[in-house]
Ligand binder design. Structure first.
Ligand SMILES: NC(=O)c1ccc[n+]([C@@H]2O[C@H](COP(=O)([O-])OP(=O)(O)OC[C@H]3O[C@@H](n4cnc5c(N)ncnc54)[C@H](OP(=O)(O)O)[C@@H]3O)[C@@H](O)[C@H]2O)c1
Length: 383
């Protein structure tokens, strides 16, 4: 199978190298932006060279610009080429539409590397949706924040020192906002929900990152045998609606999530018949991510075409029907904002463990507290 490429950066270069070695695959032309075009033997600046080449069966796209990726996808699918993307930003916005187009044209649209890096979690969820029932999906889907949380817990780093080291090691960008705010993890759980439930939740989502976490919080958790992880989670409510959010979660030290160290990732699905399945691996990096792109291509060769069900559509996450107990640390007194199971005034801060409450309500209360100029950190208690 001849495979053309769009994007020749960290992931694209690794995909190219792997295509040269993979059984039964050959790299086709690589589409380059004019300013980076250097070698006409394998590069082009004209996408039509790829679209009009009858031998090119598939296009792999590894760029960050979601709108451009969408345009490349539409053109490739319309030209009858299979399309594989590693871009969560693109699929989280345009996935449902591109799924319909790919099905209409009888070609594949796969994006395994866009959620979980090296871990084939979307394939597992897609298969489970067809022969089992996905009750929930969750995971540590961002390596940068896991590295920081682990460094704060095991090495006693402050938030600032953990972030600085993550940047020095190349795990975090100069602007780390997408990672530490949970935005990157949220896009990935949107894709996982779309694959599991045929609902791409684009509204009603809740997101809390790790920016409010302090070294004192981490010490407080460690003294109680708890480990903090940034978790993306989605699932079905009892009424059949779908919930999806990102928030810090506190686990006991024997939970699988607590053993995920450094910048590793974890993806967990819970299905009615299969029970719990946990994958642990690299969520980013050129070669690990490229390996999941190649896995999609191998699956296309075996006639696998779509992660998303035919009727996949955008929808609203219903996070008011999903309950959790929360640890909350808030400046001053809690003044009865929370129904507390435990509460302790610790100098100028109040630490509370709440009774079970809706995810949506917790996120709204935290926003209200911040709007009043007070600091707050919260984390769900893993049950
Ligand atoms: N890196 C990872 O570990 C990882 C893991 C999972 C998923 N992903 C996803 O994979 C995608 C690629 O990530 P990356 O880390 O490989 O990014 P990257 O290193 O920035 O590479 C992207 C490359 O594509 C080029 N490009 C941008 N717009 C283009 C266009 N319109 N046409 C052709 N080429 C274009 C870029 O050129 P310029 O430099 O000029 O912009 C750059 O060389 C992203 O969507 C990312 O979210 C990455």
């Amino acid at each position: 199978m001849k495979v053309a490429l769009v994007g020749f950066g960290t992931v694209g270069k690794s995909v190219y190298d792997m295509l040269e070695k993979a059984e039964g695959m050959t790299p086709g032309k690589v589409l380059m932006l004019p300013e980076f075009f250097t070698d006409p033997t394998f590069q082009t600046t004209d996408y039509n060279d790829i679209l009009n080449d009858p031998e090119t069966e598939a296009v792999v796209e590894c760029i960050t610009n979601a709108k451009a990726g969408y345009e490349y996808a539409r053109a490739a699918l319309n030209a009858g080429k299979h399309y594989v993307s590693s871009s969560k930003a693109m699929v989280a916005v345009y996935g449902a539409e591109l799924n319909r187009l790919a099905r209409e044209k009888g070609v594949a649209f796969l994006f395994g590397a866009a959620c979980g890096g090296s871990m084939p979690i979307l394939m597992a969820l897609s298969q489970s949706r067809q022969m089992d029932e996905v009750l929930s999906v969750s995971g540590i889907l961002n390596g940068t924040t896991n590295y920081m949380l682990d460094a704060m817990q095991r090495k006693g780093c402050t938030y600032e020192a953990a972030l600085k080291t993550a940047q020095e090691l190349g795990y975090a960008e100069a602007d780390p906002t997408a990672d530490v705010s949970g935005a990157d993890s949220l896009r990935k759980i949107m894709l996982a929900c779309a694959v599991s439930y045929g609902v791409l939740p684009s509204e009603g989502l809740n997101r809390e990152g790790i920016e409010s976490l302090t070294a004192e919080d981490v010490n407080h958790f460690a003294a109680r045998g708890l480990v903090c992880r940034l978790i993306a989670k989605g699932g079905r409510n009892e009424d059949g609606s779908v919930y999806a959010c990102v928030e810090p979660v506190l686990f006991g030290k024997n939970a699988p999530e607590s053993s995920v160290l450094d910048n590793n990732n974890l993806a967990k699905s819970v299905c009615r018949y299969n029970g719990s399945l946990v994958l642990i691996g690299q969520g980013a990096g050129g070669d690990p991510t490229a390996s999941n792109v190649l896995r999609d291509l191998v699956n296309i060769r075996a006639a696998y075409r779509h992660y998303l069900p035919a009727d996949c559509k955008e929808g609203t996450a219903m996070n008011d029907a999903c309950l959790s107990r929360y640890y909350v640390r808030v400046d001053g007194q809690d003044a009865g904002l929370f129904q507390a199971e435990e509460a302790e005034q610790d100098g100028s801060v109040c630490r509370i463990v709440t009774a079970a409450m809706p995810v949506k309500k917790m996120h709204q209360l935290a926003a209200d507290i911040r709007a009043n100029g007070r600091k707050v950190f919260f984390a769900a208690m893993a049950e």
